[in-house]
Ligand binder design. Sequence first.
Ligand SMILES: Cc1ncc(COP(=O)(O)O)c(C=O)c1O
Length: 456
Amino acid sequence: MQAVKPELETNKLPILKTALPGPIAQQVVADDAKYISPSYTRPYPLVVKRAKGAMIEDVDGNVFLDFNAGVAVCSTGHAHPRVVEAIKNQVDDFLHVCTADYYFPSLPKLAQKLSQLAPGAHDKRIHFGNSGAEAVEGAAKLAMYATRKHKFIGFFGAFHGRTMGALSLTASKARQRAGFGPQALDVTHIPYANCYRCPYHLTQQTCGALESKGPHCARVIEDLLFKTTVPADECAAVVLEVVQGEGGYIVPPASFLSTIRDIADRHDILVIADEVQSGFGRTGKMFASEHFDFVPDILTAAKGIASGIPLSATVARADLMTWPPGAHASTFGGNPVGIAASLATIELLEEGLIENAARMGEYLLEGLRDLMSKHALIGDVRGKGLMIGIELVKDRTTKEPHAEALKQVEQTCFQRGLITLGCGTSTIRLSPPLVIEKDQCDFAIKTLDDAIGMVK
Ligand SMILES: Cc1ncc(COP(=O)(O)O)c(C=O)c1O
C-alpha cells in the first residue's frame, strides 16, 4: 500500500501545484464524461486521489481544504485513524452476512446506542439501510403501515432523496422530478419556515411564531390542509427536515416544529424528522432536533453516521415498528463494515467532535456575518454548528437570488483550494468535517471574502 504523503498528514491548508484542473485530472474528467451517467451534478473538476482529515489531495498533487465533506458525510474527517482501524478489524473478521437473515453482536450494539442518542426517552427500534433515501423510504412505509393511512405532508425546498418514494417527498428542484411521471406517494407540499424570505410575506412578529398559537406556516396544516386537500384521518405523517438542507440550509424557528408536533398529536398523525444531513453532530448537537427540544416519532439518519461508509438508519418509536418478518429489509442494509465505522464515529463525536462543531460553527458564523458589512451580495448568513449557509442576493431589499454569483464563488473557491458546494437557489453551503480547526476557518472566511468580492 502506498503511504499517505506527509504533506497531507501535516498540512492544514491548501497547496496548489498546477493550474486547475491539472493534466491527470483533465484526462479523468474526459474518461468520466464518456461513461458516467450525465445525471450527476459536478460543479467543478475535483479529481480525488486521497484524503485525510479536512484535506483532499487530487490526482495532480494539489491539496484542497474540504468544506463540503462529501456533502456532510465525512463527519470525523477523511480516513480518521480510529474509523479506519475499526473498518480494518471488521474486514479481517467478515465482510457481510445478510443482516436481515443472520445476527452479529455489533448490530444490536449500534441500535441500542442510536436509540439512546435519538431524541425522546421512549423505547425505539432501528431499521438499517444503505442510503438516506432508503431511510426515508423505510420511514414512509412504516408510517403507512403503523397508521394504515396513506397521505403525507411535506415542504417545498425539501430534499429526501431520489428513489421513487423519497422523490415523492422531495420538492427541491424541478429537474429532480421532470420526466419521471406520476409520483409514488400521495404528498401535499406546503412552504417551509423560511423566515429570511417568508412565503406568506409575514415576519416573526406578525406570523404568530412568537405567540402560543405558533407560526402561520405550521398552522396552515390544520387551518387549510385538513379542511381541503388532506383530511386528517387519511394523513399518515408530516415529513420535515429539522434544518432544511438542499433547500438552502434554512433554520426554522423552534415554534414551527413545536406547532407541527402539537397539530400532529391532536390529530393522531406521525412526525418524521429527516436528519440525514443535519444529524450526527453536524449542528453542534448529535441531532438538530435537540436544539429545539423536538421529538419526532420517526427519525432518519445517514450521511455522517459512518464517516463515509454507506449506512442509514430509520429510528422509530418501538410501539410503531411492529411490522412482521419480511415486511421491510434489504441485502446490504446494516452491513457490518458500516456498523463498525458508525460505532467508531459515535465515539469520536462524543469525545469532542460535536463540541468542536459547535465551537467552530460559532466562530465561522461570526466571521461570515462580519463579511456582510463589506459585501452587499450577502443577503443572509445562517446555520447551526457546521451546517452554515451564505445566501447571495442581487439586492438586499428585493432579496432576488443571485444564482450566477453562487456559481462564480464556487469556482473561485475551488481555484484557490477551498471546496464548497451550493444549495438552494443561491446559497453557499459550508459543511466541513467536524475536525476542522480555527486557522482552517480563517482560511475559508478569507477565501470566501475574496471570492465574493470578485463576483462580476
Ligand atoms: C435531508 C436529506 N434526506 C435524504 C437525502 C438522501 O440521501 P442519499 O443521497 O444518501 O440517498 C439527503 C441527501 O442529500 C438529504 O440531505
